[in-house]
Design a protein. Structure first.
Lengths: 506, 382
């Protein structure tokens, strides 16, 4: 019964929202009360001017969404205490222009719009005998302070990270790029959540085709809610079944600014400290913004390490299985002796050992992800001591498998952004290697490369930075060239404006 | 749907089109480090396998080896017969050494070679040895000085000796090459037992000479040294020059830095001959005399002596091979075949006779690069 009722009531509300406001303040207040029926946080307060007490005022807002101080000082106090002009007679314009103290106030009569404003944390001021309402910005809810994001630690770059309120995030981007070319387009997505989403780009650099494509895809979103930017990323991604991300994400304004400067588009979603960047290319998994802030030799070495780590983390367990079970002749003799001596007495086949340990490693990692720090210590003791050395001593697993899996896990930490695909691919590779040896492993690698080659992100080839023939596309991939070498932006991503540094500026 | 069909086909092909694959755990292998081939008195093959014993090691410490003997009418048969002895199948992927006894070598080593090339496991870079004056199996029973496995030890010694030009690197594929190619005969390293500190140890002792696949005889280490100059296998080592005049023995050691040999076949007046020119760069490593060889005259004198003595050694080994064995282990015939093919076509059938009286001129060029850290001999100041 109750369900049926609640299912019906939004439709009723929709019918009424099309109405305009009435002249009577009582009718209007009752209208809002009906709309917000069952929501006890909606507050209605009547008051009047000390001199012309006949004209009733009423303020409607949601408790907790508004800053009480602001509402008291800027709305109630001026209306109650100020002296109204004698020919006032319920003129809303006078209130707007001469009484209310707010930089952001406007006249609205559409009920639908008013309800929306109340939900967003603004206060609606109603006046007796007026069919217009005043919407005054009193937004003021508590939000987290700006912290350094845990996932993107900087060595020398800026330490600030995005927070949840969209306006704070936009201001952080704006402070990095003080140019009128920075455009911010607002849209509201999600039928129920009505989430604010802002698309930011530099008008003079952005590739218009990519921009139009992005707007098309965003406009097609028909979901009921956008709770985090991940929703959007999944809803507008190319090849949605692929393991790899085609949309980037960052928690740092300086990274977002750098992306904008390369002609990429940044999508900021209200309530998410992670902004999206499009297009996203494979190389970005191995880049860090810090690379550009420290010595370029060192950055280049780091990038090479990350690339090698990515390869190792995917194929190390598979390679071990293949070598140990199919290609014993490839192991140097002394190593074979020690490997088979280590396997002596272990009851399980190599493949079971490897998959089992990989599984345990993933469990440990997943468990460690969301537990409090105090429990973390217990976890590492359990993982390292109990599962590691004790298992080897009890001859349940052999030491080389532990070494291989740890190596794989450790190198996986080097490229934390590509974690998702890596975990899956690691298992796939091990399985391939377990029934086809190196032959299967090679097939797996070929499969990955072919798949990567076939991907596109908003029309830009996913492996552009590895396969392009243009120097400006590839030079900033494995190497981190000195900043004075990066004179042009990647041609595919940015539009016509490619020159970053003109000869004069050098 | 069509895509799915293609994908399924690709996977089936992946499974079926694999050539040589099988899943086996390492502990199911019995790793053979080396084996020896002997003949029993009733004409069967007696194989002695040196097996790496991993049960003792248990992850730490040294690995030891165990010997297993097995008989059979053929090699494969003998190997299969070993399976009855309560251990997993023998694995030859890590075999480094095969020792053949003199008797089997005299009968012909083709059977051994055939098995190794035909079977998938043995590598073609393993080393072949002929045991000298002893059963091949006894070599594997000797005491090992540095490592725990005789086969490993033999390989290590061989690697060391190769750098001193006292043994030649002759993996199976080289021997096969010599068997198959025209105008070249094969050689193998030979190994014998020596008593050191009252314990029997294995020792390399020169080279075994083959004609076709049949063993002909041994040459000793000094002769192997001279042989390696002709075969252009010198990578280091020492040339000892006797500079003593009269009763006093004065010797100088020249350390070889680099050496290269060119063999030129000559056909003149319907007569075949060979020109060998050897260029060697050396340093004076030890001066056993009081004379100073650093000035120009001294150097020239030393070089002259060294060249003459080296030439003499090489000439004598060539003569010995020609007269005693008649096996063209130098590959002179092969040079004619490659560089003067028309001549070779005519003379091929008479080559065995021609080789015995083949005229070989040897030219040695030694160049002294430097005199190490000392320039002049140490002067004694009473």
């Amino acid at each position: 019964m109750i369900k049926a009722k609640s299912g019906k009531s939004p439709e009723d509300n929709n019918m009424k929202e099309k109405e305009e406001l009435k002249k009577s303040i009582e009718d209007n207040v009752n209208l809002f009360k009906r709309i917000f029926q069952g929501d006890d946080t909606v507050t209605v307060r009547y008051f009047a001017n000390q001199e012309q007490g006949k004209i009733k005022f009423c303020i409607i807002y949601i408790d907790g969404m508004v800053d009480v101080e602001t509402a008291n000082r800027n709305i109630i106090q001026p209306i109650v205490q100020s002296t109204f002009p004698k020919n006032f007679e319920g003129n809303m314009d006078v209130i707007l222009e001469q009484v209310v103290l707010s930089n952001h106030a406007e006249k609205i009569c559409n009920v639908d719009e008013l309800v929306m404003r109340i939900i967003r944390g603004e206060s609606v001021l109603l006046m007796d005998k007026s069919d217009e309402a005043l919407v005054i910005c009193t937004k003021g809810w508590k939000s987290r302070s700006i912290n350094e994001p845990e996932n993107e630690k900087a060595q020398r770059g800026s330490r600030e990270g995005f927070v949840e309120p969209i306006l704070v995030n936009l201001s952080m981007i704006r402070r990095k790029l003080a140019t009128p070319n920075l455009k911010i387009k607002n849209m509201v997505l999600g039928k129920e959540s009505k989430t604010n989403v802002c698309v930011c780009y530099l008008e003079n650099i952005v590739n218009k085709q990519i921009l139009n494509e992005l707007f098309d895809r965003l406009n097609n979103i028909n979901n009921d809610s956008i709770l985090a930017s991940g929703y959007i990323s999944e809803l507008i991604e190319d090849s949605p079944y692929s393991l790899f991300d085609k949309i980037g994400s960052t928690e740092k304004p300086d990274v977002a600014a750098a992306q904008l400067l390369e002609g990429r588009i940044v999508v900021v979603v209200d309530g998410t400290p992670t902004v999206l960047t499009v297009p996203f290319l494979f190389e970005e998994y191995f880049k860090a913004q810090d690379d550009y802030y420290i010595n370029f030799y060192y950055s280049t070495i780091s990038r090479i390490l990350r690339l090698i780590s990515f390869i190792i983390t995917i194929i190390a367990p598979a390679f071990y299985v293949a070598i140990m079970t199919f290609h014993q002749e490839m192991i140097p003799s002394p190593l074979l002796y020690s490997l088979s001596a280590a396997r002596e007495g272990v009851p399980f086949p190599t493949i079971v050992e490897t998959i089992g340990l990989l599984f345990v490693f993933e469990i440990l990692r997943e468990a460690g992800l969301r537990i409090p720090i105090q429990v973390g210590q217990a976890l590492s003791i359990l993982g390292a001591l109990v599962l590691g050395s004790a298992a080897v001593e009890a001859r349940i697993v052999s030491a080389p498998v532990i070494i291989t899996v740890s190596l794989s896990g450790l190198t996986g930490l080097m490229t934390i952004k590509i974690k998702g695909p890596v975990i899956t691919l690691r298992f796939v590779m091990v399985l391939l290697a377990s029934f086809l040896g190196l032959y299967g492993l090679v097939f797996g690698i070929m499969g990955i490369v072919l798949h990567l080659c076939s991907l596109r992100s908003f029309g830009v080839p996913y492996l552009l930075a590895f396969t392009s023939l243009k120097t400006e596309d590839i030079k900033d991939t494995v190497m981190r060239p000195p900043i004075w070498f990066i004179k042009k932006r990647p041609a595919f991503i940015s539009g016509k404006n490619k020159v970053r540094m003109s000869e004069k500026d050098k | 749907m069509k895509k799915l069909y293609v994908l399924i086909n690709v996977f089936i092909l992946m499974l079926l089109a694999t050539a040589c694959w099988n899943y086996r755990e390492v502990e199911q292998l019995t790793i053979v480090a080396g084996f020896a081939i002997d003949k029993t008195f009733d004409g069967k093959y007696l194989l002695t396998f040196e097996i790496v014993d991993l049960h003792e090691a248990k992850g730490e410490g040294k690995v030891k080896s165990v010997l297993v003997e097995s008989e059979g009418e053929t090699l494969m048969n003998a190997i299969r017969n070993s399976i009855g002895k309560n251990f997993p199948k023998l694995y030859f992927g890590h075999t480094t050494v095969i020792i053949i006894c003199q008797e089997v070598a005299q009968e012909g080593v083709l059977k051994v070679i055939d098995f190794m090339v035909r079977d998938a496991e043995p590598r073609l870079n393993l080393n072949l040895f002929v045991s000298m004056d002893t059963k091949a199996g006894d070599i594997l029973k000797t005491k090992v000085l540095t490592s725990e496995i005789v086969s490993e030890e033999l390989t290590n010694i061989l690697d060391e000796q190769k750098n001193l030009a006292k043994a030649l690197p002759i993996p199976v594929h080289k021997f096969i090459h010599a068997l198959v190619e025209e105008g070249i005969s094969g050689i193998m390293n030979s190994v014998c037992i020596e008593v050191n500190n009252e314990e029997k140890i294995a020792k390399l002792c020169g080279t075994a000479v083959f004609k076709e696949d049949k063993f002909q005889g041994f040459i000793d280490e000094e002769e192997t040294y001279a042989l390696s100059f002709i075969l252009d296998e010198v990578k280091g080592g020492i040339i000892v020059v006797d500079v003593g005049s009269g009763p006093e023995e004065e010797k100088i050691s020249l350390e070889i830095l680099k050496s290269s040999t060119k063999i030129e076949p000559v056909y003149e007046d319907n007569k075949l001959s060979i020109k060998v020119s050897i260029d060697t760069k050396v340093v004076i490593a030890e001066n056993g005399s009081k004379k100073n060889y650093t000035d120009k005259e001294g150097r020239e004198e030393l070089i002259k002596l060294a060249e003459e003595q080296l030439k003499k050694k090489i000439e004598s080994i060539i003569e010995k091979i020609q007269k005693e064995f008649g096996a063209d282990i130098f590959g002179f015939g092969n040079k004619f075949y490659k560089e003067l093919p028309k001549v070779w076509k005519e003379k091929r059938n008479e080559w065995n006779e021609i080789f015995k009286d083949l005229e070989v001129t040897i030219e040695t060029n030694i160049k002294i690069e430097h005199t190490s850290l000392l320039s002049e001999p140490i002067k004694m100041g009473d």
